[in-house]
Design a binder for this molecule. Structure first.
Ligand code: HEC
Length: 424
């Protein structure tokens, strides 16, 4: 290996950048030859793009064959290197890195795609192509696949017909659930109709004040939230036109714990920072700003997920923990915030933040009101806190559970044991 590196260093002498770059794509080179679509790129697209980029799905073009992909090569390079696609905007260099719903590319994969475009996006040997990926033809519940059963309750939004052309629409119906008894929720998922996937930009549903993103969520063992008898479900759906009239509704699938089971821990939801943001948010013209909000935790807390919220001038948002002993830890930093994507970052169980009572959460939000921000409709405007898309704001939707002191201690010990085991 060392020898190969020095050979390429001679061949590309003078270009240190290339040598470093080679280290990244070594996996492709190890198989011999330069990067090709058939062997190196197609498997990545199957794994990381086709879920949305195939016919009938939400993305504007299909990326399942070389013929489909080739015209997009430049755009793909740009979006992938900028971290815009896949839509996962979490920093790779700071904070917790393990999430249950991670759809991002690895650094290796980004480099492979970039290199492939740089050398002219060759097909390579068609015999290297992986077999086409079989996608389920009908509608499936992802949480249903995880739990092995269909939802116990399905609530649908009032249908909306989006015209062939026209402005984006925000549709916010509130629907009766029709339930007659209190039940504890284990998992929730929201999905549009198959047809509607093309026009739904994002769809959220709120059950008991919880916004649920597209992918849905499933709670750890013995953890749930209460769905009260007769509770209403509200929707917040962003539709856009695609050149054809389409009628759509969203379905929310809910999986309950068995009737007699009351989970020990209640999932709570906090809109962190919203009051401080209302009080202090101030975004002058032609300026990049940084605002902070501080939220004290009174009880030992396990954070389950983090979803930053800002509007079109939002640029980044981080969440840090200031521990009672003064130590500061970066939990998560969404570096490359994009208003069009409401991504809820769900921590893996073994790394979800365990925070002692007395921890202070510190949020930092950056907004870019300059012309460098391509989403900015008008950098000459002063912008204040408000609900309209062209006002701005910042807060973080955080799901968490409060732990009894002894359970918190036990979890911390368990993590320590696991960490010690890892380093043996
Ligand atoms: C969760 C769904 C999703 C995934 C996964 C995803 N995309 Fe996308 N992609 C979209 C949607 C929706 C758009 C159009 C809206 C936008 O750009 O935000 C888009 C836009 C794009 C564009 C810009 C198209 C244009 O009109 O300029 C490119 C290029 C792209 N995606 C490439 C990729 C690649 C490559 C991958 C995999 C490595 C990927 N995407 C993964 C949903 C997705």
């Amino acid at each position: 290996m060392r020898q190969t590196t020095s050979v390429s260093r001679y061949r590309y002498s003078g270009s240190l950048g290339l040598v470093v770059f080679f280290a990244f794509v070594s996996s492709a080179f190890a198989q011999g030859g330069d990067v090709t679509f058939a062997r190196d790129v197609a498997p990545i697209f199957q794994q990381k793009c086709e879920a949305c980029h195939r016919s009938g799905q939400m993305a504007p073009m299909s990326l399942t064959t070389y013929q489909e992909v080739r015209p997009w090569a430049r755009a793909i390079r740009e979006k992938v290197v900028a971290g815009d696609m896949p839509p996962w905007h979490m920093s790779r260099t700071t904070g917790i890195q393990k999430f249950v719903n991670d759809i991002s590319l690895t650094t290796d994969q980004v480099q492979t795609i970039a290199r492939w475009v740089d050398i002219g996006a060759p097909l390579g040997n068609p015999e290297d192509l992986p077999p086409a990926k079989a996608w389920p033809s009908g509608e499936r519940w992802r949480m249903g696949d995880l739990l092995g059963r269909e939802p116990d309750l399905i609530v649908t939004s009032t249908p909306w017909t989006q015209p062939a052309t026209g402005q984006d629409q925000w549709w916010q119906p509130v629907v009766d659930s029709g339930t007659t008894e209190d039940r504890w929720i284990k998992a929730v998922e929201v999905r549009p109709t198959l047809e509607g996937r093309r026009i739904v930009h994002h769809g959220n549903s709120a059950l008991a004040e919880f916004a649920v993103g597209k992918s849905g969520e499933i709670y750890p063992d013995d953890t749930g939230r209460l769905f009260e008898a007769g509770e209403k479900v509200s929707f917040d759906i962003h539709y856009h036109s695609v050149g054809e009239e389409i009628t759509d509704y969203l379905s929310v699938g809910v999986w309950f714990y068995p009737k007699d089971v009351v989970p020990k821990y209640v999932v709570r939801h906090s809109v962190m920072g919203v009051f401080q943001a209302m009080d202090t948010f101030d975004l002058p013209p032609h300026t990049v700003t940084k605002h902070h909000a501080f939220i004290p935790l009174e009880k030992p807390t396990r954070m389950l997920s983090y979803q930053p919220h800002m509007h079109v001038r939002g640029k980044s948002m981080s969440i840090e923990a200031i521990y009672p002993n003064g130590r500061v830890e970066m939990l998560s930093h969404v570096e490359n915030f994009n208003f069009n994507w409401h991504v809820n970052y769900v921590y893996a169980d073994d790394v979800s933040p365990l925070l002692p009572a007395g921890t202070m959460i510190k949020l930092t939000a950056w907004h870019d009101n300059t012309s460098a921000n391509r989403a900015n409709p008008d950098p000459t405007q002063w912008v204040g806190w408000g609900q309209r898309s062209y006002d701005d704001m910042y807060h973080a939707h955080v799901r968490y559970i409060e732990l009894a002191e002894e359970d918190y201690e036990a979890l911390v010990r368990e993590r320590r044991r696991a960490a010690a085991g890892d380093s043996d």
